[in-house]
Design a protein around this ligand. Sequence first.
Ligand code: DGL
Length: 280
Amino acid sequence: MSQINRRLLHKDAPIGVFDSGVGGLTVAREIMRQIPNEKIIYFGDTARVPYGSKSRETVTRFSEQIVRFLRTFQVKTIVVACNTASAYALDVLEKDIDIPIIGVIKPGAKVAVEVTKNGRIGVIATDATIGSQMYHKYIKELNENVTIYGKACPLFVPLIEEGLLEDPVTDEIARRYLAELIDIDIDTLILGCTHYPLIRSALGRIIGEKVTLVNPAYETARELKGMLKDLDLLNDEKPGLGSNLYQFYVSDKAEKFVRFANSIIKYGILSAKTINIEEY
Ligand code: DGL
């Protein structure tokens, strides 16, 4: 990471969070729970979702535009709340940014290495995240002896966005995707896509109770809290009522985004603003 410029960082500044669409709301939700004094500016790239089937170059270009947009709010840190963008673009983003930035892959990888007992970890994610091998890379850096089994599950995102969270169709697809991970006796499964925590109970039921599920959204919020604390950047004062704690921006279909957001976040999200991200 390039040098952090402390003069740019203020405790009461917001945290910038972005994703390819609604999925990163699972990360935003954990940040809201774990560090409730923090303001959040969330951007969901609903016009250009999904990222999981796009190339590294495209996802990197999109991510750079979003970082430029979020920085117009003088954010004190940026959370790349998308596994695909973390896998493809975080390295590049880190190189020329002078505020702290974190992704969702490292925190999930770290916890998986801590919890596995038999050294066999499964990762489920988009095609892009699995293809990038970034979970493999971080896990191997932490423990060379762990074996990682990646499985792309591209049908989960559309099923979840259709609201089929507790549904026989989703269960059947999950059984097919998880069959080979069950056969090779993993004891830890990383939910390596923003959407998957929303079908956590179905996944847990199918993979069996002997397998520990790791939720990178939760771990990222924990890591973020620790990082802000170390940098003395946690907001110690609760922002007053009407201080616009959470602001949401999207690149298309704001109403659909708000509906989905309200189905998973309990704060009563009233609106999201549509912006033209191509201008950044
Ligand atoms: N947010 C993406 C991820 O975590 C999933 C949706 C997409 O493919 O854009 O990888």
